[in-house]
Ligand binder design. Structure first.
Ligand code: KIV
Ligand code: ZN
Length: 521
């Protein structure tokens, strides 16, 4: 690999998935892993196998599918964690073990209660063990940005000597600033005698909003791998955003003199996939993938753009995979146009799924004149949810009146084809509809979060609802979409209820269909 090629290490499925509300089922993780390989990331950090059996299974399943990129798993510096990563990732042609231990004084004293030498011994032992199992080993000194420089250089030197092929420098708490991080990387380049024997990597968190800037400072100072996530999701304020770092390197190629292997036209579809799955939608003004990122409202800008796009546009929407016009289909569009657009959006559906989604599309086209990409995504993300039964929503009627409880009447169709109806009151139409659903299905959920998002534009846009609920001590997320937002919420809730009923007693069925695979350690 040439010296100006930056490796993109995507940790959406590990650090990203750790963020509250971002946990994913196995099926969702496989979808994301497939999209990341189409994006052509170099490494996918698929999870933390020792965190839970579900995490182990999902890393293993992703590795066994052999999507193409190197598959990596995270381990603490102990033999059990390292062995688990190895067992999980070994199915992939290219696999990596990533070991970490904290090095800063704060972590040494308050978390690990270990002396400097002990930490070095632990790091060296872990790297050496991992190297006996695989050729590709990454080492991270956690909280590196708050570690004494001399000691950090010592740890890094020892890890490389023990066999680390990548050394990753994390700004774990998002504390550093670009000029300081630039100095830190230059210090390591000048003071770690064996630095050329490993790839230097950067891993930034966004607590002060500088994760991308700090990562770019690091690559300017010699790092050749960026650890990042789609949409910048991750713990607290998130991680370095993949799409922003990649497009900065591409758009300012003359400044950085660097390149990545990313197919940038897959950035927008991948961003949409992750936000649809997690229900975490980037703000409209988010760089690169926000809905306004390429919208020019001011008259003077529009005038300039009409004269020549480069007056106000430094990137073209199509470079990041945003269609020039996303008004795609209408009532008279056929199956071919429908399927072609889904493929362009990155959805690989089988015949059965395509048919089901096409039927939903036709129903929607009867209610709504113009169908946008967001509407298609909402259809695909919801096909396979509530419609897989056992219960299907036949009808919903709600009544609201100021200062009075709302009433909802629902009719569901069961697996046996029988209809069951019930009604309930609630503080609002959504609460009433949820209560009525609980009465019919017998599944009682605790609603933790209800998020409403517009799937496309215009007055008749579909509302997309993501609910996070708790059942039996576990967290579930459900999605629903409709031009009627109460119906969207009802569908989201029914989707979760159906998943709970399908899986039977706890954990009895396909983990891909049920709850998040993650548990905290
Ligand atoms: O932020 C961090 O320090 C990490 C390490 C495990 C790389 O995520
Ligand atoms: Zn991190």
């Amino acid at each position: 690999m040439s010296d100006n090629r930056i490796r993109i290490f995507d940790t959406t499925l590990r650090d990203g998935e750790q963020a509250p509300g971002c946990s994913m089922t196995l099926r969702e993780k496989l979808r994301v892993a497939g999209a990341l390989s189409e994006l052509n990331v170099d490494i996918i950090e698929a999870g933390f196998p020792a965190a839970s059996p579900g995490d182990f299974e999902s890393v293993k399943e992703i590795a066994d599918r052999n999507f193409g990129p190197t598959i990596c798993g995270l381990a603490r510096c102990n033999p059990e964690d390292i062995r688990k990563v190895y067992d999980a990732v070994k199915g992939a042609d290219n696999h990596r073990i990533h070991v970490f231990v904290a090095t800063s004084a704060i972590h040494r004293e308050h978390k690990l209660k270990m002396a400097k030498e002990e930490i070095i011994r632990s790091a060296v032992g872990a790297v050496a063990m991992a190297r006996e199992l695989v050729d590709d080993v990454e080492f991270s000194p956690e909280d590196a940005s708050r570690t004494e420089l001399g000691y950090l250089a010592e740890v890094v030197t020892a890890a490389i000597e023990a066999g680390a092929t990548t050394v990753n420098i994390p700004d774990t708490v998002g504390y550093t600033v670009p000029a300081e991080f630039d100095e830190l990387f230059r210090y390591l380049v000048d003071n770690v005698p064996n630095i050329d024997d490993a790839t230097l990597s950067v891993h930034c968190h966004n607590d002060l909003g500088m994760a991308v800037a700090n990562s770019l400072a690091a690559v300017s100072a010699g790092a050749r791998q960026i650890e990042c996530t789609i949409n910048g999701i991750g713990e607290r304020a998130g991680n370095c955003s993949l799409e922003e770092a990649v497009m900065a390197i591409k758009t300012r190629a003359e400044f950085f003199g660097l390149e990545t292997g990313i197919d940038t036209t897959r950035l927008y579809p991948t961003s949409r996939l992750v936000s649809n799955i997690t229900g975490m939608h980037p703000p409209r003004n988010k760089a690169i993938v926000g809905e306004n990122a390429f919208a020019h409202e001011a008259g003077i800008h529009q005038h300039g753009m009409l004269q020549h796009a480069s007056t106000y546009e430094i990137m073209r929407p199509e470079d990041v995979g945003i269609a020039k016009s996303n008004l795609v289909l209408g009532k008279h569009s056929g199956r071919h146009a429908f399927r072609d657009r889904l493929v362009e959006l990155g959805f690989a559906l089988d015949e059965f799924e395509t048919n089901r989604a096409f039927q939903e599309f036709k129903k929607l086209a009867d209610k709504k004149k113009d169908i946008y990409d967001g509407d298609l995504e909402a259809i695909v993300m919801n096909a396979g949810g509530a419609s897989s039964g056992p219960w299907t929503l036949k009808s919903l009627e709600v009544q609201t009146h100021t200062d009075e409880p709302a009433t909802a009447a629902i009719t569901l169709i069961g697996e046996d084809g029988n209809e069951v109806s019930d009604s309930a009151h609630g503080d609002g139409p959504v609460a009433a509809a949820f209560q009525a659903l609980e009465q019919v299905t017998g599944v009682e959920l605790v609603l933790k979060n209800f998020e409403l998002h517009s799937a496309s534009i215009g007055e008749d846009a579909q509302g997309e609802v993501t609910v996070t609920v708790e059942y039996d001590g576990q967290s579930f997320r459900g999605r629903g979409a409709s031009v009627d937002i109460v119906e969207a919420g009802t569908r989201a809730c029914l989707e979760v209820m159906n998943r709970i009923l399908r899986r039977g007693p706890r954990g009895a069925t396909d983990p891909g269909d049920g709850e998040s695979t993650r548990a905290t350690i």
